[in-house]
Write a new protein. Structure first.
Length: 244
């Protein structure tokens, strides 16, 4: 494969990976607490080119990364909805250990526990779960303290990490720690707002603009591949003429 076609084909592959990330972002544009997937590019240098003065490089997606920027907070009026203003995650009990989420769309389970929409128990900062009576109103203060019927039920656990590189997505809006040395700690300057929810930090308009840009780049690279193919065809025809 000639250098032009090889580089263009590599660019097409990178753009296809970008389309996959964008498609996932678009699908979750209305998912509460969703964090967008982004791409980080690097240039691949062919081993045979590294030993010469050949500047041949190929664009590749080195690794995707998660944009943890806060999404817009909007009022819902529901006492079961809570949003984090600032850094950190709600801590919930997942099937295989603690999970972290920015989606505060909670409810009370039949057993009387405060749980996520997927049924994962919201952790109490002092350990255990938060048990409420579904028939009685309750209030959640800015520090996460839950009060019902004049008594303190507990405090919603909120955790942050010194580095988020050890966090991996699980589902649409959960994260799990993949680094055993990564220890959660209480965030500073973060407040909890009851009756509100944090939306996705990727909007449909933003995703549409990026999608158009990627499609234009894809079209340009396709033309480059076609040009390389045509150049090869003409070269073969010229060689055939010389040989005859």
């Amino acid at each position: 494969m000639d250098p032009l076609t090889a580089i263009a084909a590599s660019g097409l592959r990178a753009r296809m990976e970008s389309l996959d990330l964008l498609a996932n972002n678009v699908a979750n544009a209305s998912t509460g607490g969703y964090k967008a997937d982004r791409e980080f590019y690097s240039l691949y240098l062919a081993p045979e080119a590294a030993e010469s003065d050949d500047p041949r490089t190929m664009p590749v997606i080195d690794r995707p990364w998660i944009d943890l920027a806060q999404g817009p907070i909007h009022e819902t009026g529901s006492p079961f909805d809570v949003a984090l203003s600032g850094k950190g995650f709600f801590v919930v009990d997942g099937p295989s250990g603690p999970l972290y989420t920015r989606n505060g769309n909670f409810r009370i389970s039949p057993a009387g526990r405060l749980v996520t929409s997927d049924g994962y128990a919201v952790r109490n900062a002092s350990g255990g779960s938060l048990d409420l009576q579904s028939s009685l109103p309750f209030n959640i203060s800015a520090d996460g303290t839950v009060v019902q019927n004049g008594g303190q039920i507990g405090q919603i656990a909120v955790a942050d990490f010194a580095s988020t590189t050890g966090l991996a997505k699980q589902g649409a809006n959960y994260f799990r720690s993949t680094d055993p040395t990564l220890k959660p700690a209480a965030p500073t300057g973060t407040s909890i707002e009851q009756g509100k929810l944090e939306g996705s930090n990727t909007g449909s308009a933003e995703a549409a603009v990026r999608l158009v840009s990627v499609l234009r780049q894809f079209e340009m690279l396709q033309k480059a591949v076609s040009l390389g193919t045509e150049m090869n065809r003409r070269a073969i025809e010229e060689v055939a003429k010389v040989g005859s």
